[in-house]
Design a protein around this ligand. Sequence first.
Ligand SMILES: C[S@@+](CC[C@H](N)C(=O)[O-])C[C@H]1O[C@@H](n2cnc3c(N)ncnc32)[C@H](O)[C@@H]1O
Length: 235
Amino acid sequence: MDLVNNGPAALDETARIFCYENIQPAALADVTAASAFFTPWEMMLDFNQMTQESRSRHLRILDLCAGIGGLSYSHYHFYERDLPKPRFVCVEKNPIFAAVGKRLFPEATWLTQDVFELDESLGKFDQFYSNPPFGPLPKEYRVKGDAKCFQYAVAEIGMKFAPHGLLFTVGTILNWRMHGQNGRTVVPNPIYEDWSKRSGIELRENPGFDFSYIDFADTKTGVELAWVVPRGYEE
Ligand SMILES: C[S@@+](CC[C@H](N)C(=O)[O-])C[C@H]1O[C@@H](n2cnc3c(N)ncnc32)[C@H](O)[C@@H]1O
């Protein structure tokens, strides 16, 4: 944290990546209360392959529950030099995380805000990213929708602002698995089907990333990266 608090006015790329690789959320906040686990930098290489294909079209990116901004910064960092840099808006409720994020990734616009409080004045985006808290939606948010878990609720919020998104989630809320599988395995899930029909949103499989090589967020069922699209969307 010395590097963040007392380092040079502008951190170079090496220092920023060092911070994203090493800052532990528990050093900044109560991670169990905030369900805050930052995406490990190794996973960003896979994440960036997902963002790679249509980069020249994704110039406005919304990062919901941004933490210290690792997802957006990795996209910014790996972006081809000759393409215009996208603009990022990072929304994070925890003021300490947002302050560290501003220091590490000042090129983004940071909103220290609850994603459930966003409204249309935020504008439109080409893509949203989120690695939100995993688990049931806290009671205080239930009046705002009927999504059963945080990830469904964030997918619904993201789709209000962008035509599609990328969402890290625990596999149990999906109807497929990549984690620890040899390819995609279909897992019938009536709760997902019900939510998908009601919301008009699909959480589709990624092109084949299996994150079982990393013990992220200590989840037993494993983390998946889903492509969030309107139901029935054809590429
Ligand atoms: C699993 S962490 C992931 C952080 C970051 N996206 C990453 O990938 O490293 C989830 C983040 O969501 C934030 N968060 C939780 N509830 C939120 C809310 N209602 N609005 C905005 N941020 C929230 C937490 O503070 C935490 O930083």
